[in-house]
Design a protein around this ligand. Structure first.
Ligand code: ADP
Length: 484
């Protein structure tokens, strides 16, 4: 019999996405199906999710779910089962998933996502006839309260099931004032330093991490890094105390969506054996960004423009990049200060630095297909997807040695090059000198065509599809449930 898993997430492709979490939550059910895992996903009923439902059935209704009426409705996430928490007072809003149209966090986020957790715990506890789950998998702080409810306030008479808490980014923890605790419907015993209490308030991610049978992050290196104060964001003590209950499983990429041999967004299709066909994509990209055509390396960046992503340091190296004959095409959105710095740099180097401020999925494909190298100077990176797309598209990743970047790119040092396994360039420390030196190294390698093409081909051969990650999650579920 298939192992039945309830996955709880606040976003999932193809229905709703603001970041990498949506890619993972959306891809998991299909990746796990071949391993005998039947995954049902629980999502909040945002307008876009509700609009996608086709003749939903009502599985359950609450007159009051933490204060507001709510229902569970059936739906589909791709070919896999979906359950939607339809609670208009919580989720039927214009604006962002987590913030209002002015960009401020919704003031009742604690209640919205506690309600999601309560609904998940009820569902896992057998509230809906015919729906039984062997394991619960919660993603990020928005889903974490499910595990706290299962631990402290389960459905009466229900059998406890093992759980996984996956951290996609430790920087977001769902921390709320003490007063919210009494609204959560948890017993007083939950208010303890091994429960939901965290520095005098309610810590949602923390509560999930305390309750989970296993904590996972999205790369092995990040799983190690969050044991330290530098990366643990205050939770390093808890991570350390959970010992070997913390693991890393690297994300996969959707290889149907990201395949340069068939990508509908790019002008010239190619494979590792026809790299010369990338040239047409490079010319198209230069034209699209208003860059002078040239034979020198064309660097790309596709990123949130934030401190985490090291984009402030990128601003500092623009003159160096242009000075050594490089060009840059950048797509991103984020901090106003970083945008201003980029615009000044582009103004100093017309024809060499081109910017597109915004979010554009199709353009991101054209950039990976036409760029020579992708720069990813993140200060921390739980997994990172853009370097994986770069590998798949022969756009050589130049990355900071941290988190998932360290785990997925093989630096072109002498040993790796002589063994023929190098796929990119890594550098230590996110600062001007380290990034400038990495760009200089990339530039030098680019002018050794045999070496450069070896990097491209090796990258295109690396397998970061969901096949490996799917079997790692399935093995973990089996280990925790003890079911074959
Ligand atoms: P994070 O989730 O921390 O932002 P990841 O690298 O894990 O970083 O995932 C980012 C995802 O969002 C990737 O799929 C990337 O291609 C995409 N992305 C980021 N910024 C943009 C943008 N401005 N336009 C299009 N896609 C973007």
């Amino acid at each position: 019999m298939a192992l039945a898993v309830l996955s709880i997430a606040s976003e999932a492709v193809p229905l709703i996405k603001t970041g990498g979490l949506a890619d993972v939550a959306g891809a998991l059910p299909a990746a796990l199906a071949p391993h005998g895992v039947a995954m049902t996903t629980l999502l909040p009923g945002y307008p876009a999710v509700m609009a996608a439902l086709k003749r939903p059935r009502v599985l359950h209704s609450w007159d009051s779910l933490l204060g507001q009426p709510a229902r569970l409705l059936t739906g589909k996430l791709g070919d896999n089962p979906l359950i939607v928490l339809d609670a208009p007072a919580y989720f039927d809003r214009q604006g962002g998933l987590y913030s209002d149209p002015q960009g401020r966090d919704w003031g009742d986020n604690w209640r919205r996502f506690a309600a999601l957790g309560r609904a998940a715990a009820d569902l896992a506890g057998g509230l809906v006839k015919g729906r039984r789950f062997d394991l619960v998998h919660a993603h990020d702080w928005q889903a974490a309260m499910a595990l706290a409810y299962l631990r402290f306030a389960p459905v009466k008479g229900s059998v406890p099931v093992p759980s996984v808490m996956t951290i996609h980014n430790m920087a977001f923890q769902g921390y709320y004032p003490r007063e919210t605790f009494r609204e959560l419907g948890l017993p007083r015993s939950a208010w303890s330093i091994t429960g939901v209490e965290y520095h005098g308030g309610v810590g949602m991610l923390k509560a999930g991490m305390e309750a989970a049978s296993m904590i996972t992050t999205v790369s092995p290196t990040y799983a190690e890094e969050i044991r330290s104060a530098e990366f643990g964001m205050g939770l390093e003590g808890l991570v350390t105390s959970r010992g070997d209950r913390v693991r890393g499983i690297v994300n996969g990429i959707d290889s149907a969506e990201w395949n340069p041999a068939s990508d509908p967004h790019i002008a010239s299709h190619f494979t590792a054996r026809s790299l010369t066909r990338r040239a047409a994509n490079k010319r198209a990209l230069e034209a699209e960004f208003g860059l002078e055509p040239g034979d020198g390396p064309l660097f790309i960046v596709v990123s949130r423009l934030t401190w985490q992503k090291g984009m402030d340091v990128l601003v500092e190296v623009l003159d160096h990049l242009a000075g050594i004959g490089g060009r840059l095409a950048l797509l991103g959105s984020g901090d106003a200060g970083i945008v201003a710095g980029l615009q000044e740099g582009a103004g100093r180097h017309p024809g060499k630095i081109g910017l597109r401020i915004g979010y554009d999925e199709a353009l991101s494909h054209r950039m990976q297909a036409g760029g020579d190298a992708i720069l990813v100077p993140s200060r921390f990176e739980p997994c990172g997807l853009t370097q994986l797309y770069g590998l798949a598209y022969g756009c050589v990743p130049v990355v900071a040695r941290t988190g998932g970047l360290a785990d997925t790119v093989i630096d072109a040092n002498l040993a790796a090059r002589s063994a023929g396994v190098a796929t990119g360039i890594q550098f230590n420390g996110v600062n001007y000198h380290a990034l400038a030196a990495a760009i200089t190294r990339a530039n030098a390698l680019y002018y050794q065509p045999d070496a450069w093409q070896a990097l491209q081909r090796n990258g295109m051969k690396s397998d970061f599809s969901w096949t490996n990650s799917g079997s790692a999650y399935a093995a973990l579920y089996r280990e925790l449930t003890g079911k074959a």
